[in-house]
Design a protein around this ligand. Structure first.
Ligand SMILES: Cc1cc2nc3c(=O)[nH]c(=O)nc-3n(C[C@H](O)[C@H](O)[C@H](O)COP(=O)(O)OP(=O)(O)OC[C@H]3O[C@@H](n4cnc5c(N)ncnc54)[C@H](O)[C@@H]3O)c2cc1C
Ligand code: SF4
Length: 334
């Protein structure tokens, strides 16, 4: 295997050219970028990823967090998760993002993991990580062992008959509620994609997880200015208090005046095949008084299309309670 390490600004073109030699930017890519390595190296050890060449982008000059002229925040692709979570502006104006990152993995992992790597982390589905088992995501057309197998952790929204794998990222859920934009430098120049359009539903091509093409390098992520007078939070429910992926989680950004909700952004984690923004819940909340009855209606709306599998039916009620509780906490006056 070849390893290329890049560090200077003019190495960006080299990184993209190297990446563009890949046959695909999706599962099975023969050239891979590497940043913190906390997803990729794991998968290489398991032979799930077997790239011929790895291009180290961790030292490219995209390591800053900057405020944008009209408000908003620009987060470099190689900013470490710890630096992002503890940044004073993130803690003050984008609490949901800080809380989501700090709820994930461990301090050591967060010191390594990067913004772009977290956006692109892979599912924790057991069968995806076991090359002895059929998995349409790892090996298109081989089947899906999870649908009739161990699926307790897997998705209930956005699934298909070909794949029910959950997107495991906490950070992505917060970015969905914050309506982040992903900025990509590719062979044809720079483009921007909203987080809502960045991850793909599995459909009949679960090996395609994002809109990225060979050579596409994420360079930064931007957040719009915080909504005036909004409050936000991330609530994660899991089997143990730390170092565990979500069974259900909720990212909420709410503006309320005199107890009436004027703006709501809701995204759910642990239950979707991609970070799951819920316009249904947002519609139920907007213009309503912040009461438990309203929160419950929003949660019911968010889960209306849920399709549980043999072992994960409990997630429907768990996700509802998670959302209701997050809404209670974020709207309560002290
Ligand atoms: C034990 C363990 C527990 C964990 N628990 C949690 C948890 O509770 N919650 C959670 O959210 N996450 C959790 N994680 C996942 C962790 O957050 C991710 O592994 C991490 O965010 C990935 O970032 P990275 O920089 O290390 O990515 P890498 O491994 O370097 O890369 C990941 C992918 O992104 C691609 N890539 C990287 N940078 C770029 C770029 N700039 N442009 C294009 N492609 C790029 C790589 O090619 C690769 O495919 C856990 C991980 C482990 C190992
Ligand atoms: S759920 Fe998706 S990742 Fe898991 S075995 Fe099925 S196809 Fe593979």
């Amino acid at each position: 295997m070849k390893m290329f390490e890049l560090s200077r600004a003019n190495d960006l073109a080299k990184a993209i050219a190297a990446g563009a030699k890949a046959t695909t930017a999706q599962q099975g890519a023969n050239v891979r970028f590497i940043a913190g390595g906390t997803t990729l190296i794991d998968l290489m050890k398991l032979n799930v990823e077997t790239p011929e060449a790895v291009v180290d982008v961790a030292h490219l000059p995209f390591d800053k967090i900057e405020t944008l002229p009209g408000g908003g925040l620009k987060i470099g692709a190689v900013v470490r998760n710890s630096d992002l979570a503890y940044h004073p502006i993130v803690r003050k104006d984008y609490a949901v993002l800080s809380e989501a990152i700090l709820s994930g993995a461990s301090p050591q992992l967060r010191n390594m993991a990067t913004t772009a790597g977290n956006l692109l982390q892979r599912t924790r589905c057991l069968y995806f990580r076991d090359t002895a088992m059929p998995c349409n995501k790892r090996e298109p057309g081989s089947g899906c062992a999870a649908i009739t197998g161990v699926n307790r952790m897997l998705a209930i929204l956005g699934t298909s008959e070909h794949c029910i794998a959950t997107n495991p990222s906490d950070m992505n859920v917060a970015l969905a509620a914050l309506e982040a934009t992903i900025h990509i430098q590719g062979r044809k120049g720079e483009r921007s994609v909203s987080i809502a359009d960045f991850h793909l539903l599995p459909g009949d091509t679960p090996h395609r997880e994002t809109v990225l093409e060979p050579g596409d390098l994420i360079i930064h992520v931007t957040l719009p200015p915080p909504a005036p007078a909004s409050r936000s939070m991330y609530l994660k429910l899991r089997d143990r208090a730390s170092y565990e992926f979500a069974l259900a989680s909720a990212a909420v950004v709410i503006t309320a005046t005199d107890g009436k909700i004027t703006r709501a952004r809701v995204a759910l984690g642990g239950i979707g095949t991609k970070p799951w923004r819920s316009p249904e819940a947002e519609a139920e909340l907007t213009g309503q008084m912040a009461t438990e009855t309203v929160f419950r209606k929003a949660a019911d709306a968010a889960m209306r299309d849920a399709k549980p599998q043999s072992q994960n039916g409990f997630k429907v009620e768990l996700a509802k309670r998670c959302l209701v509780h997050a809404l209670k906490l974020v709207t309560q006056t002290t």
